[in-house]
Design a protein around this ligand. Structure first.
Ligand SMILES: [Zn+2]
Length: 124
């Protein structure tokens, strides 16, 4: 399927493809509500830290949550932990998303709950 995210206006939320206006705030609230409480809190903490370096648009949060919402909490938590420990806050929300998606893609090679930590390829 064609990626039509470019057809959505980051400012007003108009979706040229579906001919609707996306209510970013409402959908962000719903997606946060669907996340596990601890994961939600950790994501909000990290987004707050990123926002101190450069303002995150509602669109960026909406897109981020859309792309990670189906990923299991331990994967997201692990990526958030690495993001914080690596002081990556200034690299922004898309870098965090890449870390989560890479961890998800490599989850079969990675033991999340043991000490071993093979290198993870980061796509930015
Ligand atoms: Zn617009």
């Amino acid at each position: 399927m064609k990626n039509n995210s470019q057809l959505i206006c980051p400012n007003c939320g108009y979706d040229l493809y579906r001919k609707i206006i996306i209510n970013y705030q409402k959908e962000i609230t719903n997606m946060f509500g669907a996340l596990e409480k601890n994961t939600r809190r950790k994501i909000k903490d990290v987004l707050f830290k990123i926002d101190k370096f450069s303002t995150i648009r509602q669109y960026d949060i909406w897109k981020f949550l859309q792309d990670i919402i189906a990923i299991k909490p331990p994967i997201i938590d692990k990526a958030l932990e690495e993001y914080i420990q690596g002081n990556h806050e200034m690299k922004g929300v898309n870098y965090l998303k890449s870390m989560i998606l890479n961890l998800e893609a490599n989850k079969n090679q990675i033991s999340l709950f043991q000490g071993s930590k093979p290198p993870i390829k980061i796509i930015v």
